[in-house]
Ligand binder design. Structure first.
Ligand code: NAD
Length: 270
């Protein structure tokens, strides 16, 4: 593909938004057509490049997707579940593809996104780091070999500002393991501050969450038996890994038909 992929970024002043702007500048195949931030932000009208500390890109931040309608083909959205639904609805009405990195959707919100994906191409992935998408494969192998007789615990750590818990990635890890073992993820346990009372139920998958400082994102799946345990860990040390994954998803999505895709498909892993 020789032509640049024209993208827009919503939530441009957020932690991921700023990183996405920088990633867009670094990728020769990407053209950043627009940056959108919610109405009322003091950043409206500033230059996106200045915001991300990467010098002038002459892309102003606006509060309206309508103003940017002719400037991009793929929207990259790392905002909030409510905002992402509004943005996906807008994309479905205007025939734009969308890459959704936002996490924390409930079941009915996910169903709405599936419905929009009948009209437009959508990539949705709770974690766009390439390494995490290899992690799903490693988890399947560990679950097949050790899952039936070990206790399974998922531990995740993120920065103090993260809103949802357990993280979308931790839940997806649980889903992959539960599916491999034919178990029901709804019977998992979320320990949180209450901890565990009584003996551990061997059938459940436990989730523990840490929120501290500026941790970018760490996830471990532990398969523990008496006498040995396996721990599979992914650590993200820079948000750039998620942003580069999102750029890869955008340049892949531009050639796809309507449908709901994940990063495994973007990376050719399934
Ligand atoms: P953040 O709070 O720093 O940024 C969110 C941004 O969205 C803010 O700038 C906010 O103003 C903006 N926003 C909210 N509503 C908006 C609207 N209606 N229109 C335009 N902008 C709007 O959060 P963050 O740390 O950047 O994370 C954002 C989301 O991305 C979270 O759900 C997080 O879990 C997720 N995330 C996903 C991945 C991944 O790989 N999929 C990686 C990191 C973070």
């Amino acid at each position: 593909m020789s032509e640049k992929v024209r993208v827009a970024i919503t939530g441009g002043s957020g932690r991921m938004g700023r990183t996405l702007i920088e990633a867009a500048r670094q990728q020769p195949i990407i053209y950043l057509g627009a940056v959108i931030e919610r109405a009322g932000s003091t950043l409206i009208g500033v230059d996106a490049g200045e915001l991300a500390g990467v010098g002038s890109m002459n892309v102003p931040i606006t509060d309206s997707l309508d103003l940017a309608v002719d400037d991009f083909d793929v929207l990259i959205d790392f905002t909030s579940p409510e905002a992402s639904l509004i943005h996906t609805d807008w994309c479905a009405r205007h025939g734009k593809a969308i890459v959704i990195g936002t996490t924390g959707f409930n079941h009915s919100q996910k169903e709405l996104i599936s419905a929009y994906a009948e009209k437009i191409p959508v990539v949705m992935a709770p974690n766009m780091a390439v390494g995490v998408n290899l992690l799903w494969k490693l988890l399947e192998i560990a679950a097949e070999v050790m899952g039936d007789y070990s206790d399974i615990e998922i531990i995740e750590a993120h920065h103090r500002h993260k809103k949802d818990a357990p993280s979308g990635t931790a839940l997806k890890m649980g889903e992959v393991i539960a599916e491999t073992l034919g178990r029901d993820l709804d019977k998992c346990a979320v320990y949180g501050r209450e901890g565990i009372t009584g003996e551990r139920d061997r059938e459940t998958i436990g989730f523990s969450t840490i929120r501290a400082g500026d941790i970018v994102g760490e996830h471990t799946a532990m398969f523990a038996d008496i006498g040995e345990r396996i721990e599979i860990t992914h650590k993200a040390s820079s948000r750039m890994t998620f942003a580069n994954g999102a750029m890869r998803a955008a340049s892949w999505l531009v050639d796809q038909d309507s449908g709901l895709y994940d990063m495994q498909q973007v990376l050719g892993l399934k």
